[in-house]
Design a protein around this ligand. Structure first.
Ligand code: PMT
Length: 415
């Protein structure tokens, strides 16, 4: 019988790479700066892809002295971005859009020079500009000579980054490319991937059951037509993702959207408000938190025609009847969960939201300004005020993903 002996190292690396297969499905900007550890960034890119990530590489000029953009382009399937003033690249996805696209900016390796740029808030090249323009988390994996690492200025810069909630991953100690030994080696790739999982995860809602509605409803008129609204589901799906990352079990009851189901979310598709109401009442009984972010049609046609309505007259009158009010039904339950609703408003936003908070029996309401182009329906950003009976906080315009995290943090404080 042949016995295969594994060295410790083989076991460890296999085990850690398998752990890295956990699906995160994030958009990650991988920033590569000019250090010898840049050769490891190619492997890092691959392991990030194993987590379901779409990776956009951004290189500094100095990084290109160590590894070619072609390597990253071949591995990522996307042209490397390296120039703030590249009109062709900017025409595709401008740097502000790119900064908003990212769920995380990971700079690995991060040189002492780049860390200094970041600490000072400089925007002299594309990567540092993206770090200033994003509201996504930023992580740096320092890689430098151990003397540079221990230098007081570097340490001061790093503590500034930590104060601004920028994640500093590593470095590790060991043999360095310069021939010396000490702190300053970039963390090994599996350790970096593990740390990234940690950045997205928290236990704010550990073990809680959360039911969320998202997207529009569709109310049929006849076999070819329906009434609906512009909701894309982005806000509700971002909330589902943020709740899962906070450790909750999430059921997402979604109207028609083109969005992919966030990782670990139980998704139930519905079309009409009546269906949404029924599925919510089925699932809400033993849940802790209910979030109604769907744009539910208030009315539906009183009758659905079985044959296509012909255009025989110049005008057509439709009779509409009221749909069930889902939030009111949830708040009428004997064991009602903590209820969070939205108010999509164009004017008198706060007053209207306060009314809905009280009338519908909610604990928290998100007053949503839908009067501007970059907020509300079918865009990636939102501007809201969060209200309870005794509390009010206006939030600046931000990505729906970041806003979802903030709403989940707020809910967690009350649960
Ligand atoms: O999906 P996106 O494109 O990302 O857009 C996000 C959004 C604008 C849809 C979202 O942020 C939002 O504001 N959702 C609520 C939209 C809405 O229908 O608001 P409303 O003011 O009409 O309703 C108030 C609350 O009652 C909402 O929580 C709604 O889900 C709920 N409702 C409404 C009608 C109904 N019959 N039953 C309900 O439960």
């Amino acid at each position: 019988m042949r016995v295969k002996f594994f060295k410790d190292k083989d076991l460890t690396s296999d085990f850690r790479y398998n752990r890295a297969m956990k699906k995160l499905n994030k958009h990650i900007i991988l920033g590569v700066t000019g250090g010898i550890a840049a050769y490891k960034s190619a492997e890092l890119l691959r392991r990030l892809q194993d987590t379901g990530a779409t990776v956009q590489v951004v290189m500094t000029e100095a990084a290109k002295e160590f590894i070619t953009p072609l390597t990253f382009q071949a591995l990522s399937g996307r042209a490397v971005r390296d120039d703030l003033f590249d009109s062709a690249a900017e025409a595709g996805m401008g740097h502000i859009e790119l900064a908003r696209w990212a769920d995380l900016i990971l700079v690995a390796p991060a040189t002492a020079d780049f860390i200094a740029d970041l600490a000072q808030g400089r925007a002299g090249h594309l990567l540092s500009t993206l770090c200033l323009a994003t509201d996504a988390p930023i992580a740096v994996a320092p890689a430098m000579n151990h003397q540079m690492w221990h230098n007081t200025v570097t340490q001061q810069n790093l503590s500034q980054l930590a104060d601004r909630n920028i994640h500093v991953l590593g470095p590790a100690a060991g043999h360095q490319a310069c021939g010396e030994t000490g702190y300053g080696r970039m963390l090994d790739v599996p350790d970096l991937v593990d740390s990234i999982e940690g950045i997205f995860a928290n236990d704010l809602l550990a073990g809680k059951r959360v039911v969320i509605t998202a997207g529009p409803t569709r109310e049929a008129l006849d076999p070819v037509r329906y009434l609906t609204n512009y909701s894309s589901g982005k806000m509700g799906f971002a909330l589902a993702e943020a709740a899962v990352e906070a450790g909750a079990f999430v059921t997402l009851i979604a109207g028609p959207t083109v969005l992919d189901t966030p990782n670990k979310v139980e998704r139930i598709n519905i079309e009409t408000a009546v269906e949404m109401n029924a599925r919510v009442l089925e699932h809400v009984e033993d849940c802790d938190i209910f979030i109604g972010s769907a744009a539910v049609a208030d009315y539906r046609p009183s009758e659905i025609q079985t044959k296509k309505i012909k255009k025989t007259n110049d005008t057509l009158t439709l009779e509409l009847i009221r749909n069930p009010d889902i939030i009111k039904n949830v708040s009428a339950l004997k064991n009602k969960p903590f209820i969070v609703g939205f108010a999509a408003e164009t004017n008198d936003i706060i007053a209207a939201a306060k009314n809905k908070l009280v009338n519908k029996g909610m604990d928290l309401i998100i007053a949503n300004d839908i009067g501007r182009k970059d907020s509300g329906f079918d865009v990636d950003s939102n501007e809201v005020t969060i209200l309870s009976e005794e509390y009010q906080e206006a939030m600046p315009l931000m990505s729906k993903k970041l806003l979802a995290k903030k709403i989940i943090e707020m809910i967690a404080k009350e649960n």
